[in-house]
Design a protein around this ligand. Structure first.
Ligand code: CA
Length: 296
């Protein structure tokens, strides 16, 4: 072989090797989510059974939440960010941040009138390595939160998850209908007990170019130290979420809790979340009682 050909061959070999290494450096990851009540799958297709402190029979009306800051935990305890795959359920913006929507609401059964599409998985990639856990935050990054739903791409264009340009999105929306309805302070009843989590007491109007600042961010960071995405799912436990709430009764303001700092129905459910109603910050970051790892 002449020298120039040998150099060309070696260069080609080097290029192949580099490409192979690049591909090996990242690997795909899928993180599955589940919705549970008393350890069983909860859905719009069947009654939830007894829910809350009064153990009132209930049906599910809605269950969706936004997830940001998805990471896998490596063996040294470091959170290694998952780069989300851009699709109809995920935004992966280098400038504004990444967010995914998990949606258990089927638009049928007890959720009739909603939206049929559902999503229970987050997909992306991580550097190849050994991981022992997962972390994520229930929320929408601030730069993506205070935006117009009409001008946003999916999944931030969901009207069901919109509050307003100033307050941003509902980070979590869980709604249930108790048998007999929700008795309000005036003696009337409403069909649905609402739980809407989102930033509150925001100032600055993004519609006029101002940056919204929220006194109570109400984002919920979650860490599951032992989590294997190949064999486990992240479960939102409705039993735990509603464990301290009486869903047959409303004590004023919004029916249920819409993150209002003076709504008497909010302290019990915020207590279960692990978010301070007083300042909107996590009480014990990562240690929420409502999420846990379960077998797929
Ligand atoms: Ca209330």
């Amino acid at each position: 072989m002449r020298i120039p050909a040998l150099i060309a061959a070696l260069a080609g070999l080097a290029a192949c090797t580099t490409t192979g290494q690049d591909q090996a450096e990242r690997r795909p990851v899928s993180i599955r989510f589940a919705l549970l009540k008393d350890g069983q799958p909860a859905s719009c297709a069947a009654p939830l059974g007894a829910l809350g402190v009064g153990k009132v029979p209930a049906i599910l009306r809605d269950a969706r939440f936004y997830v940001q800051d998805v990471a896998l935990i490596d063996s040294s305890g470091a959170a290694i960010p998952v780069t989300l795959t851009a699709n109809d359920w995920q935004i992966a913006s280098e400038r504004a941040g990444q967010v995914a929507l998990i949606d258990f609401e089927t638009g049928s059964g007890s959720c009739a009138g909603g939206t049929p599409a559902t999503n229970t998985v987050i997909t992306g990639s991580v550097p190849a390595g050994f991981y022992t856990g997962v972390s994520f935050t229930i929320g929408v990054p601030a730069a993506l939160n205070h935006t117009s739903i009409e001008k946003s791409q999916a999944p931030l264009n969901s009207a069901a998850m919109n509050w307003s340009w100033q307050t941003g999105r509902k980070f979590m929306k869980i709604e249930a209908d108790p048998a007999g309805g929700v008795r309000k302070p005036d003696g009337s009843t409403a069909p649905t007990w609402f739980f809407h989590l989102g930033s509150t007491e925001c100032s600055g109007n993004p519609a006029t170019g101002e940056i919204a600042q929220c006194k109570r961010p109400n984002r919920l960071p979650v860490t599951l130290a032992g989590f294997d995405p190949a064999h486990q799912a992240v479960a939102l436990d409705l039993t735990s979420l509603f464990a301290a709430s009486d869903i047959a009764r409303d004590q004023g303001a919004a029916v249920g809790c819409m993150s209002g700092p003076t709504d008497a129905d909010c302290p019990p459910i915020f207590g279960q979340l692990g978010v301070s109603l007083a300042n909107g910050m996590p009480v014990d970051a990562g240690k929420s009682a409502i999420f846990r790892a379960v077998s797929k």
